[in-house]
Write a protein that binds this ligand. Structure first.
Ligand code: KG4
Ligand code: ZN
Length: 346
């Protein structure tokens, strides 16, 4: 096996197939993104109103090798020049994860290169380290299609989840509200766009906003929107989609900001990271950025290309696994649909 004591000039080939994006990147020292190819399956899943796992895994199989080749070509590198292979081990859709994991295991074994099995949410968080520097301790608000968490980051890869959703993830609630508004999957960005044109007229509940913990609940908010639409339809009353989107978004963002502020104040946080696909939300980005002045903290938000699922973020976090010598055996690695963020260093 190659020399793994050097930690400079490390080029990692990263593979991400946890959901409906097949992505491969080459990232040097966790910072320099030499390529980041993302092949999205959205057009396929749109017709079903959401991701169909069986179809997702089949499509990953069809394109993954080509995406590996494209990523190497764009980075102007050969497989021989790569120092390590990193892959998303979980959490995610098991069939989808298995495709990336098997490609990574094969590359690692046949090329005799170290293999890194990385955590998808750690990738979303370390996306912020590409253009900026995470300093410790830090706090991350993770908002995606499958996760809503406040994560305290004690030091490199040392995570503590201090709050999470009891039910739906924010992105999931967005996608379900979008469906009520007859917007295509994934509806989050479309609800966001519509919300900018409306007002907070319907005043939906702000679930758990006053609770003493850092936990969230979004299923009640989602149901309130759905019931509101059903009741209006039964009464033959027109709803204003822009106002509905704005009312939902205002409620969601208010809860996220309130809980995040509480954690920042209680824990004396100096740096806040916004992570995950919903970090692309315009209102949330703006309100999180405002905290910089209001609370005198530093706010890190990844550029848009590194917010939704992509392999560059896995290459970014993969470098920290590499530095900490967190390698795995290519003969025994398996994908995991659930994976504990707090266990990385254990
Ligand atoms: O992190 P991600 O790409 O995939 C997961 O790991 O889940 O997040 C995807 C989620 C989807 O639910 C999508 O609707 C949501 O992020 N999303 C948004 C926005 N952009 C993406 N939600 C609200 N506003 C947005 N602008
Ligand atoms: Zn994600």
């Amino acid at each position: 096996m190659k020399e793994i004591n050097k930690i400079d000039n490390i080029s990692i080939l990263a593979i991400e197939t946890s959901c409906d994006e097949t992505s491969v990147a080459v990232v040097c020292n966790g910072k320099k993104v030499l390529s980041n190819i993302v092949s999205s399956q959205i057009e396929t899943h749109k017709q079903f109103g959401g991701v169909v796992p069986e179809i997702a895994s089949r499509q990953h199989i069809e394109v993954v090798i080509q995406i590996v080749e494209e990523a190497l070509e764009e980075a102007k590198m050969t497989l021989d020049e790569i120092d390590a292979i990193c892959v998303t081990q979980g959490p995610g859709l098991i069939g989808s994860l298995l495709v990336g994991v098997n490609v990574a295991k094969t590359l690692s074994y046949t090329l005799d290169k170290p293999l890194i099995a990385a955590h998808h949410i750690a990738g979303h968080i370390y996306a912020s380290n590409i253009d900026n520097n995470i300093t410790y301790p830090s706090l991350a608000l993770v908002v995606s299609g499958g996760h809503t968490e406040l994560v305290y980051i004690k030091s490199e890869l040392d995570f503590e989840i201090i709050g999470s959703t009891h039910d739906d993830a924010v992105g999931e609630a967005y996608d379900k509200v979008a469906r009520q508004l007859k917007l295509d999957y994934p509806g989050g960005p479309k609800v966001d766009k519509l919300a900018k044109l409306g007002e907070d007229k319907y005043k939906f509940p702000r679930a758990m906003i006053d609770s003493d913990d850092y936990n969230f609940s979004f299923s009640g908010m989602k149901s309130a929107v759905i019931n509101f639409v059903h009741n209006a339809n039964q009464r033959g009353e027109a709803i204003v989609p822009e106002d509905l989107a704005c009312s939902f978004q205002t409620a969601v963002v208010e809860v996220l900001i309130t809980k995040t502020k509480k954690a920042i104040k209680n824990l004396g946080i100096k740096q806040l990271i916004l992570a995950g696909g919903v970090a692309g939300n315009s209102e949330l980005r703006q309100q999180i950025l405002n905290l910089e002045q209001e609370l005198n903290i530093e706010v890190l938000i990844p550029q848009m290309a590194y917010c939704s699922d992509n392999a560059a973020m896995m290459g970014a976090v993969g470098y920290f696994y590499y530095k900490n010598k967190l390698f795995t055996n290519p003969l025994t690695l398996n994908a995991k649909s659930t994976l504990d963020l707090e266990e990385i260093l254990k």
